[in-house]
Write a protein that binds this ligand. Sequence first.
Ligand SMILES: [Zn+2]
Length: 358
Amino acid sequence: MKAGAVTPGKTDSARVVEMPIPVPEPGEALIRLLEVGIDGTDLEISLGRYGDPPPGQDFLVLGHEAIGLVENSGSTDLVKGDLVVPLVRRPDSCINCRTGQYDMCIEGNYRECGIRGAHGFLREYLAEAPDFLLKVPQDLRQLAVLAEPMSIVSKGVEQAMEFHRRSANPIQAALVLGAGPLGLLAAAFLRVQGYNTYALDILPKSSLKGRLMEAIGATYIDGSDCRIDELPRKLGNLDLIMEATGNSTVAFQAMSALGINGVLCLMGVSTGEKRLEICADCIDMQIVLGNKVVFGTVSSNRGHFERAIQHLGEIEQEWPGWLTRLITQRLPLGDFKDALHPAPDSIKTVIEMPQNMV
Ligand SMILES: [Zn+2]
């Protein structure tokens, strides 16, 4: 079978490789992959900044956002033809991993398919145990490839809401920084629950990202001509900020913009070594005297994936067709390298696996 792979640590090594079709172990099902989404982590891996191959191998199959069909259910409770989303992280033996919270692993010996120590899903077939497969309704066939990024957003927003519950005041204003896939999904999650939501990116309002934000009732702000730390003067107390740019400067500006009793969730990852001159005393004082929370979130567990599927269904029901507009490019597996050099206005590229195209 064919797979899209890289040599971790080596820039621009993406290529299509041939691999044997996996033979399921007892208790595993054989899955035929249909679609695989590409995200910023894949780009980082292809730039050689991140990623580890499985032990003893010199390449890593990319892809951690996928849907597939059960081809052979083996001895599992799945049925041939079931639509499934494979989960990404494989636990180690720490207390959180043993209790299903492998997104909160404390020992760090977990594996992540397509990222760290295990092949990803950008291949024609996968053999996997049901513990790491989530069955999803067939009517979400066109959307379920967004389950993984939605699971990240679900975890982030749910935890931000948990923190906000410390305070009796309702959320008056939420701000989403960044209008990539995570930012758009976060805004949709907040809007479908009726929150007054602002969204900012450094693109004009007339851009696709701006129009998608406005289409769900979020107020879009062109960040190229405004300062984030001045937003509270215009928007009032920002109770909740979801940071999804991965730009550390933006993350620190967001700390200054955060309102009284506010919660700032950092979802984006900064991988460089940028230095920044900040007023550390000011930020420290604002956070303490304002009862503010700043927290980071990464990965997701089965529960987040289950709720992500539910949230995708709710968003689709509220704004039919909006989620599929997030998929701005579809490429065959043979051209997957093109997805690793996205255009500035692209949002989500999905790779169509060979047998999905016939
Ligand atoms: Zn662990």
